[in-house]
Design a protein around this ligand. Structure first.
Ligand code: NDP
Length: 258
């Protein structure tokens, strides 16, 4: 239970869903954790729940990952509370699923602002410190959309492909400085994002069942199943894993035919 003992971590979009599960798992493993989240009310509640459950040092900081100054400020506040950051998880993300030719310019910008610029803003805010200390780990939450395409889900997969490119580029760039940059590609994971998508379909129950039927394991994943992988990558158990992506999808993306 102490695989991250003494480490300082920041997780973006950690108020709920996968980010909240990662923050909880990190706290369980002994890390001090900052929840960098747009919705400060939900982040405060999640931070309090994690503190009560784990006894760990946990703070919530209002952060908009689309704004580099906001992310830099979150890093400064985290380091003022807990000391130098060891781990950053760039988790905040939004679904923007459109038809390419009817999509608005705003849809395109909104998607890239959070799903790709947001990840870069996080990396840029922590890298100078990590490179200077010659120690650090970044985990970017990508998606199986980072290497597979579903028609009508544009431009989310374009941004998520970019997250893998960014992960590889920065992982190689700073490997000599002992900074590891990796990604996790979740498949279907049961969060608000997934429920919102089911709710937007004509028949919610049928849409949910269709999703489950597509899965080799006949179920979708849980946020804590992504969190366990993030703990592994952030821990000292993965010192030679760099510029890589671990897929957490129950085998779905390896399936050729439904
Ligand atoms: P949720 O929507 O449940 O949680 C995302 C969190 O990020 C929310 O709390 C949201 O806050 C926050 N957020 C959104 N925009 C910003 C921003 N600009 N700055 C800071 N925080 C922000 O999503 P999931 O937990 O499902 O997804 C987490 C990550 O996992 C995303 O990157 C997503 O693309 C990826 N992913 C998810 C999959 C799934 O099946 N769920 C599958 C593959 C990848 P608010 O509520 O205020 O919007």
């Amino acid at each position: 239970m102490n695989r991250l003992a003494g480490k300082v971590a920041m997780v973006t979009g950690a108020g709920r869903g996968i980010g909240a599960a990662i923050a909880l798992a990190f706290a369980h493993e002994g890390a001090s954790v900052a929840l960098a989240e747009l919705d400060i009310e939900i982040a405060d509640k999640t931070a309090e729940r994690i503190r009560q459950e784990t006894g760990a040092n946990v703070i919530a900081i209002r952060t908009d990952v689309t704004q580099s100054a906001s992310v830099k400020e979150a890093v400064s506040q985290t380091e003022a509370h807990f000391g130098p950051l060891d781990v950053l998880v760039n988790n905040a993300g939004i679904n923007v699923f459109c038809d390419p030719l009817t999509m608005t310019d705003d849809d395109w910008k909104r998607c890239f602002a959070v799903d790709l610029d947001g990840v870069w803003n996080g990396c840029r805010a922590v890298l100078p410190g990590m490179v200077g200390r010659e120690k650090g780990c970044i985990v970017n939450i990508a998606s199986t959309h980072s290497f597979k395409i579903i028609p009508g889900c544009f431009p989310y997969p374009v941004a998520k492909h970019g997250v893998i490119g960014l992960t590889k580029a920065l992982g190689i760039e700073y490997a000599p400085k002992n900074v590891r940059v990796n990604a996790i590609a979740p498949g279907y994971i049961e969060t608000q994002l997934t429920h919102d998508w089911w709710n937007a379909q004509h028949d919610r129950q049928a849409a949910r069942q269709a999703t489950l039927d597509l899965q080799p394991m006949k179920r979708i994943g849980q946020p804590q199943e992504v969190a366990m992988t993030a703990v592994f990558l952030a821990s000292d158990e993965a010192p030679f894993i760099n510029a890589s992506c671990i897929t957490v999808d129950g085998g779905r993306s390896a399936l050729y035919h439904d």
